[in-house]
Design a protein around this ligand. Structure first.
Ligand code: FAD
Length: 317
């Protein structure tokens, strides 16, 4: 079923999860161990799987020379999605990114998903990892997420990149990303929301937000989105702080702020960071639920236990 249909049919907020594929050479069994727990305790309506662009590194060769190598660290998103669908009967949502892909490669990936019976996609831009340089550019690259959304919408209308007579239309539900604390490249939040509205108008069926720790930011963001005419579900993304290092890494990597109270509590009691982070997430999620959010999307990556504890708490409320 499509993600948007899950939201439309739900009579309570939906709990969903986002995971990452293992590193190249890693065992898929570790992902299944996490998902077995998630499915046993929650049975989410859908599970997102992130996509990872190739990254450029400089590697020293045996003869001492340096070589620029472009490699995807975490391949396998589409295969993992197919495995989730068949192992659990749960709708997988692969992320598709613009970064590092030509439009032709994106079209091929969408055809594979269509054949696999996967009709949900989160369309995002990705960040510059240096891999784009290795592409044959020739004007075939999606620059922003909106370009990928338009490409998918075209396929949904039977319009592929080349003219094909009587081409079979695809039927993808498209999620897009939103930023309660604004995307780091946007000059201001209103400008960012205008771009978000364009993504939705181009075919985005729902929005999942970047993680945030301060609900006020989400509530204000939703209010601004509604005023600008965005009327699709805006699903809050929640990450649970579990390590003192998150105080530095999360703001650095995701351009978000961590409220004073949480930052002080963790830095004054580092040994109990997990406990403090889970407690924060419980109260944060409860407030969101009470405010009537369409669902909560937990970024669990490889470790589901903290999120499952939060969900357990929410169930009892
Ligand atoms: P866009 O919507 O293209 O926006 C990027 C920036 O460009 C914004 O500042 C926007 O305001 C601006 N912009 C948009 N359109 C235009 C235009 N026409 N002209 C000028 N400026 C414009 N990354 C991964 O690599 N893999 C993942 O699986 C992944 N999953 C994610 C899931 C979620 C829910 C979120 C929130 C982020 C995820 N990311 C992922 C990170 C994402 O790739 C980065 O945040 C990226 O920098 C922006 O992606 P976007 O789709 O929001 O980009």
């Amino acid at each position: 079923m499509k993600v948007i249909e899950h939201y439309q049919k739900a009579n309570e907020p939906l709990i969903s999860f986002e995971i990452i594929p293992p590193k190249r050479g890693g065992a898929v069994s570790s992902v299944f161990e996490s998902l077995d727990k998630v499915v046993e305790k929650v049975k989410p309506p859908f599970i997102d799987v992130t996509y990872h662009a190739a990254e450029a590194h400089v590697e020293e060769q045996e003869d001492g020379t340096l070589k620029r190598v472009v490699r995807r660290k975490r391949p396998g998103t589409i295969g993992l999605c197919a495995a989730i669908l068949h192992r659990y009967g749960i709708d997988p949502v692969p992320h598709l990114i613009c970064e590092g892909f030509t439009k032709e490669e994106s079209e091929d990936a969408l055809i594979e998903l269509n054949y696999l019976g996967i009709h949900n996609v989160l369309a995002i831009r990705g960040d510059n990892t240096g891999s784009q340089i290795s592409l044959n550019l020739n004007g075939t690259v999606n620059k922003y997420a909106i370009d990928l959304v338009e490409q998918i919408q075209n396929m949904n209308q039977g319009n592929y990149l080349e003219d094909i007579m009587n081409a079979e239309p695809t039927d993808f539900c498209i999620g897009v990303a939103g930023y309660p604390e604004k995307h780091f490249e946007a000059p201001n939040i209103d400008w960012d929301i205008k771009r978000l509205k364009q993504k939705v108008d181009a075919g985005g069926d729902y929005i999942v937000t970047q993680m945030f720790f301060n609900n006020e930011a989400y509530f204000k963001f939703v209010e601004k989105c509604r005023k600008s005419g965005i009327d699709v579900p805006i699903v809050p993304g929640i990450k649970i702080l579990t390590r003192p290092s998150h105080l530095v890494n999360l703001p650095r990597n995701f351009y978000l702020t961590i409220p004073d109270t949480l930052a002080d509590e963790v830095s004054n009691d580092e040994k109990n960071a997990v406990k403090i982070g889970i407690e924060w997430a419980k109260q944060q999620s409860l407030e969101l639920m009470e405010a009537g959010v369409p669902g909560i999307h937990f970024y669990i990556m490889g470790s589901p236990d903290p999120a499952l504890e939060v969900v357990e708490f929410l169930k009892k409320k």
